[in-house]
Design a protein around this ligand. Sequence first.
Ligand code: UFG
Length: 338
Amino acid sequence: MNILVTGGAGFIGSHTVVELIEAGYSPVIVDNLSNSDPSVLQGLKNILGKDIPFYQEDCNDYVKMNKVVQRHNIEGIIHFAAFKAVGESVAEPLKYYQNNIGSLLNVLNVMQANGIRNLVFSSSCTVYGQADVIPVTENTPKKKAESPYGNTKAIAEDILEDTVKAGLGFGIISLRYFNPVGAHPTAEIGELPIGVPNNLVPYITQTAAGVREKLTVFGNDYDTPDGSNIRDFIHVVDLAKAHVSALNLLQKHTDAPYYNVFNIGTGTGNTVLEVIDTFEKVNHLKLNYEIGPRRPGDVVKIYGDVEKAAMEMNWRAAKTLEESMKDAWRWQKKISNL
Ligand code: UFG
């Protein structure tokens, strides 16, 4: 089955390409490389032993997307391609709405024109905001998004649900990711932030590698056991496998309109300080870090109830935080030539 992977050169997309091949699917990548590096394609080749069809195109380009879909007889799409920097989205909301919503509409139009039924969409636990009760289930009410980025995910979910409801022949799953971390255990692919990382783990690994001088922990006065924020950190390979499970599930629901959402996390929360501690322990090193002020917009604590994915998709995260921190460091050492 030929699967179009938009954003397939990105962090989660590239790991998903590997899992797709291992599950017997044939991925085709479309990525405009706006936030990724072509070296990812060589990493994929080193893991998989073959080239994956790749097109450097923008998902907002209907004509180009249509061509790729027809040329490869695409039967399903995983749509990762999107801008994802929360802070930047606050400064440049139109850029985010235009790209993230525009490309989704384009993908849906291309699907409809070509009779492609199945789509897996990258959503985020950001749709829950600071939930009143944690762990959050898929029935936890969505809250007004903290950022335009978060809002693009909330709006996208509504668009997808409405589109399926209209009976246009779609089967769609939105996966609400928690915090993806780690890298492929081969260290052939991993996270490649351009410029200063926004996210915790690449900041940790770059600090350990000497690329950054020190890590600032954004607050230790929250209402949590050690005062730092709590997140659900999931190994990116586990997260990638969830996309294969979602595609498999979609194929069991081909006779009626189908829309569903799933939390994709580990079901466990860890504090920022626990992550740092785990990183230091498993990699036998000391990290230069300090406690700084809170970062505006951070939710205090969130982690996911992941039983729905276990029951309905037969998927569960298998890797530990220790493995994530080892793999993240192995990858950083490789790209920093350490
Ligand atoms: N953190 C630090 N120092 C840093 C970077 C992060 O202490 O240098 C802390 C943050 O304050 C937060 C935790 O590490 O408590 C995780 O921060 P990230 O930026 O890695 O991740 P977020 O949970 O803030 O963001 C993630 C995704 C977003 C998504 C959001 C939804 O990256 O795409 O979850 O909650 F919108």
